[in-house]
Ligand binder design. Structure first.
Ligand code: C2E
Ligand code: CA
Ligand code: CA
Length: 775
């Protein structure tokens, strides 16, 4: 056969295909008796010719075009030999048998087989007629050569036109469109000379003994194999290019719709068909397809299985499989980003917004409230009686209670209000556009909702909440408002819990306390009467101590005041600048001892407040400190919540100090995650993840995944990641196994301790890790 056109569907043309086949078989029946009488030469030709045709037909050349493709078989070469060696009827008969056997063993669709049998026989007969019409009795002359060209061309065109008609019927399109095709002339140019090899064989056969024909077998095989190899490698290279481009492009896409669009586009280019679809079901019969995983569900790219050399369908399948993997990767990457953004902004346990989102929304609400002259209220809610639940029934029970409380809080307010979890057993609720009595009502509802207690492991446990309320006009910024609500909540606790207190009423009381505290602190700072303790930072893999973090300690009237309390007071009053100077001096004083203990590189971490960055004398103070540290590396830690990222002056100071060799660390990283982008523009070398992220990495897979992705992101930005808050061995184990963070800090590894003690610990650590490191 010659150029059987690929057909996409075979529903409509089967009548045509069947009729054609019957015509072909009738022709065969007509010539068969004559061939039978031909005796042993014809029998021998059948015996050798049929297998030859079957084999040659397996090596067609594919000239692909969009939505079709011309397949040129070189088997008609054998027909040409037969026509020149036997009489026309015997030749057509042997050829006909070969065509039938080839088709029946091809594994193609039944209708395609019918069509191909019909075409092969009709075109074969046409070639015989053309040969005899042009050649006449002129054997062994140039005219015979011309007749062979005519026969080959006749074969080609009969085949070509019948195929075009069949496709036209199939697709319901005009025949003309299928006749005029780009690859046609290339096909004729390949086809005719190839068929002349058959003539060459016949000429050799006439004058020499039959075994000489074997000489022709080798060039024939070489031609078949090489045309196929060239076509295949060109096609493979093209497919690889498409796949490569697809992989590159899909990296930049972040929307399902766009990814599917790109998928369709690339799949069409890959298999060169327009008829490709993305479906939710697998391919049907005579279709090929590949599954694209997307989260829990899956999509299918489906294309028609083209009815041609089966090797090409196989290659299409492989290509679609590869494309499916590329696109599934893109979906997975998109999912991970979505999850990360969600987890970073929501509390993994209750799925409530976290502090970061709350502060964003409070800031936005304050802004709107000022413009619209409405009121905003913030409720700070602390659970009473939660610790005993945790202690008695374990963390899992504690977690269940927190989830339950989160649901009750959400049910107690309007849908437009924001319920957030701040951490531990602390929640906050933002009420927008409210009147005083509505806030009272909401607070009462919340108190009542929690007061009913909870059932834990079959035991009724008492619960309650203390609520602090602050109105928008009592706080300048979101942080300020939260702090005021927090203070009011403490007042509620101090007054006996299970109640709510408004910030205004409690103000007078706590202000006196704060003033007293501040006066005492001011005196201590002036006298340099603070202490420092140091907490080592270790390399996760080896336990090697790479640095220490200086933490301020203050004792007022013999009572140790928690750093969170006095640092907050110092920050609010501006005293933190003077306090920071004292801390740097104290650190310098301990530096020599620590350096000697380490006997090599060791970083000194010092916490600073953004207020210090705004102080004109700060740069000089740090430069002086750097010098006096005598070669210790200086790390300045700034809490992420303070958002220095949008202050050009502070950034300039940081850049200047970074140039001098000071490293900056973002502390409590992840709490104000929405701003991660700005890290790239800041001279920051280290991120320290907030304690809350490591809190339950050993209990909750999602926490672990979240910390891991934060670490990955830090790493991707070229930052050193320090995971803080490692308190249990199981947390450390999870850190080692699942989180790729190089450094860690926590009570399990080392507690904060006085300088002399930490020097001793470092000395011991050097001995141990030296043994570990030198084999
Ligand atoms: P920070 O900078 O995040 O410091 C780490 C805090 O976590 C320290 O609390 C440390 O004792 C504690 N910590 C260490 N390991 C663990 C652990 O495994 N689990 C838990 N739950 N906590 C751990 P500390 O000393 O109470 O300091 C509290 C905060 O006060 C510091 O948080 C820092 O923001 C601030 N601060 C401390 N010293 C200074 C200072 O000299 N200047 C300024 N501006 N702030 C300081
Ligand atoms: Ca710190
Ligand atoms: Ca921290």
């Amino acid at each position: 056969m010659g150029n059987h056109r690929t057909r996409l569907r075979d529903s409509r043309s089967w009548v045509f295909d069947l009729s054609l086949c019957l015509v072909g078989l009738a022709l065969l029946a007509a010539v068969a008796p004559h061939a039978w009488a031909g005796g042993w030469p014809v029998a021998l030709a059948t015996l050798l010719g049929v297998p030859l045709v079957v084999v040659v037909a397996r090596f067609p050349m594919n000239l692909d075009g969009e939505d079709g493709g011309i397949e040129i078989g070189f088997d008609s070469t054998v027909l040409m030999f037969l026509l020149c060696t036997f009489d026309a009827r015997s030749a057509v008969a042997v050829w006909g048998v070969a065509v039938v056997v080839t088709q029946l063993t091809s594994g193609k669709r039944p209708t395609a087989q019918l069509f191909n049998i019909g075409v092969g026989l009709v075109a074969g007969a046409a070639a015989a007629v053309a040969l005899h019409a042009v050649r006449g009795p002129a054997i062994g002359t140039p005219r015979e050569l011309l007749a062979m060209v005519a026969a080959a061309a006749a074969y080609f065109f009969v085949d070509y036109v019948l195929s075009a008609i069949s496709i036209a019927i199939d697709t319901g399109t005009p025949v003309r469109g299928h006749l005029v095709q780009a690859g046609t002339w290339v096909a004729v140019a390949c086809f005719v000379p190839f068929d002349l090899i058959g003539y060459l064989a016949a000429v050799v056969h006439r004058d020499s003994p039959g075994w000489m024909l074997t000489l022709l077998v080798i060039p024939l095989i070489t031609l078949l194999v090489s045309t196929r190899a060239i076509a295949r490698s060109r096609e493979n290279a093209r497919r690889l290019t498409v796949l490569f481009e697809a992989a590159v492009r899909v990296q930049a896409l972040h929307e399902t719709g766009l990814i599917i669009e790109a998928l369709l586009h690339d799949a069409r280019r890959l298999v060169r068909m327009r008829d490709v679809e993305v479906l939710s079901s697998p391919p049907a019969a005579y279709e090929i397809g590949a599954q694209v995983r997307r989260g829990k569900d899956a999509l299918w790219i489906v294309a028609p299985a083209r009815d041609r050399a089966r090797s090409t369908v196989g290659a299409d399948q492989h290509a679609l499989d590869a494309l499916a993997v590329i696109v599934a990767d893109a979906f997975a990457r998109m999912q991970l980003t979505d999850d990360m953004v969600h987890y970073a902004r929501h509390d993994p346990l209750t799925d409530l917004p976290n502090r970061g989102i709350l502060l964003d929304r409070v800031a936005h609400a304050l802004h709107l409230a000022r413009r619209r002259k409405v009121r905003v209220a913030l409720l700070f809610i602390d659970l009473d009686g939660f610790k005993p639940v945790n202690d008695r029934f374990g963390h899992a029970a504690g977690d269940a209670v927190l989830v339950d409380v989160a649901q009750r809080l959400t049910a107690s307010v309007r849908e437009s209000d924001t319920v957030a979890r701040l951490g531990g057993d602390e929640f906050a609720i933002l009420l927008e556009d409210v009147r005083d009595n509505e806030v009272d009502a909401a607070a009462e509802r919340i108190l009542a909702a929690i007061r009913s207690g909870a059932v834990v492991a079959g035991h009724q446990v008492p619960l309650g909440v203390s609520i602090g309320v602050a109105f928008g006009d009592t706080g300048r910024s979101a942080e300020h408002l939260l702090r005021n609500a927090d203070m009011a909540m403490y007042q509620a606790k101090a007054q006996g819990k299970d109640q709510y207190v408004q910030y205004e009423r409690s103000l007078g009381h706590s202000r006196v306390e704060r003033l007293e505290l501040l006066e005492s602190l001011r005196a201590s700072v002036a006298a340099g009467d603070l202490r420092l303790v140091y907490q080592p930072v270790v390399q996760v893999e080896s336990g090697h101590i790479v640095g220490v973090e200086a933490l301020a300690r203050w004792t007022s009237n013999g009572v140790a005041v928690p750093p969170d309390t006095f640092i907050r007071a110092a920050e609010e009053s501006g005293l933190v600048v003077a306090l920071g100077d004292v801390v740097m001096d104290l650190a310098v004083a301990d530096a020599t001892m620590l350096r000697e203990a380490a006997g090599g590189p060791l970083t000194m971490g010092i916490n600073i407040s953004p207020k210090q960055l705004r102080e004109p004398a700060f740069v000089t103070k740090v430069e002086e400190t750097l010098e006096r540290l005598g070669g210790m590396d200086l790390v300045l830690e700034i809490t992420e919540r303070d958002y220095v990222g949008n202050e050009p002056e502070s950034l300039a100071v940081m850049a200047r100090l970074a140039e001098r060799g000071v490293a900056f660390a973002i502390d409590d990283f992840g709490v104000g995650f929405s701003s991660i982008g700005y890290l790239q523009d800041m001279p920051v070398r280290i991120v320290k993840t907030d304690n809350s992220f490591s809190e339950s990495i050993d209990r909750d897979e999602r926490s672990c995944a979240l910390l891991s992705s934060i670490a990955m992101m830090g790493h991707a930005l070229g930052l050193d990641v320090v995971v803080e808050g490692i308190e249990r061995a199981s947390q450390l184990q999870h850190l080692r196994e699942h989180v790729e963070a190089p450094y860690a800090q926590g009570y399990l590894l080392h507690r904060p301790m006085p300088a002399a003690e930490v020097a001793e610990v470092i000395r011991k650590n050097r001995g141990v890790t030296a043994l570990v490191e030198s084999p």
